[in-house]
Design a protein around this ligand. Structure first.
Ligand SMILES: [Zn+2]
Length: 78
């Protein structure tokens, strides 16, 4: 898989740079699609509570990064 990082400076090979910093989720209450910000520095597996931007109800957010830095995000009613 070469060619993906050609535009990037090869000196900056920090894997953390490639980790997802946002994810699209659907609110379990109102069903709206919302893009949420993620914090890769929080660890490979995270769980926290965040309020829906649309209906302001609390989600329980589960984030898991795979080996490539792709975030798998689930939200459920908190
Ligand atoms: Zn909502």
């Amino acid at each position: 898989m070469q060619g993906w990082e050609d535009s990037d400076d090869s000196a900056s090979s920090s894997e953390a740079d490639a980790w997802d910093t946002e994810a699209d989720v659907s609110c379990p209450y109102c069903g709206e699609g919302v893009t949420i910000g993620l914090d890769p520095g929080g660890g490979q597996v995270q769980a926290y509570v965040e309020d829906c931007e649309v209906c302001c109800r609390p989600w329980r957010v589960h984030v898991r990064y795979d080996d490539r830095g792709a975030a798998e995000v689930e939200v459920e009613p908190a």
